[in-house]
Design a binder for this molecule. Structure first.
Ligand code: HEM
Length: 145
């Protein structure tokens, strides 16, 4: 994938910590994801409970780190393939379905739109869709049938 200045510029602004609105949106789009986030064998009874737990906030940070790594290696994404495939395998093991990553992608676009307003133009949106699809494609290589 060619380096896209728009992605780099937008990435720097949201990077670590992200924006919690990403995950408010996630549970609106796919409430079935809530029980997959369980820590110390304990599940959350509401999205709000989940969103305020330190473990879940740490997961947001992890997602953002992966997205950030993809942005940093935009011209050389194949060097992340093994890592992403392995990450996909770990998600399969905790019960995530490949289709569920779509809800994360939609939430990511939602967050970027909310954070950047009219500056988040169609060409930037398309570049993000391309980047996120590449990450998901690499993660789905780890799925065992
Ligand atoms: C780990 C769930 C999407 C990146 C985990 C864990 C769970 C989980 C339960 C293990 C506990 C933890 O570390 O918090 C989910 C669910 C997702 C999702 C339900 C929604 C479909 C993603 C996406 C990314 C991601 C899209 C990155 C693009 C990570 C990372 C880890 C992780 C980096 C740590 C893996 C390790 O310990 O080596 N995820 N995840 N997750 N997730 Fe996700």
């Amino acid at each position: 994938m060619n380096r896209d200045a728009n992605i780099v510029q937008f990435s720097a602004q949201y990077s670590i910590g992200g924006c919690p609105s990403l995950y408010f949106r996630l549970f609106d789009l796919d409430p079935d994801l809530l029980p997959l986030f369980k820590y110390n064998c304990k599940t959350f009874s509401t999205p709000q409970e989940c969103l305020s737990s330190p473990e879940f906030l740490e997961h947001i940070r992890k997602v953002m780190l992966v997205i950030d790594a993809a942005v940093t290696h935009l011209e050389n994404l194949h060097c992340l393939e093994d890592y992403l495939s392995n990450l996909g395998r770990k998600h399969q093991a905790v019960g995530v379905k490949v289709e569920s990553f779509e809800a994360v992608g939609d939430s990511l676009l939602y967050m970027l739109e909310k954070c950047h307003g009219p500056a988040f133009k169609m060409n930037v949106r398309e570049a993000w869709i391309k980047l996120y699809s590449t990450v998901v494609k690499a993660m789905s290589c780890g799925w065992k049938v």
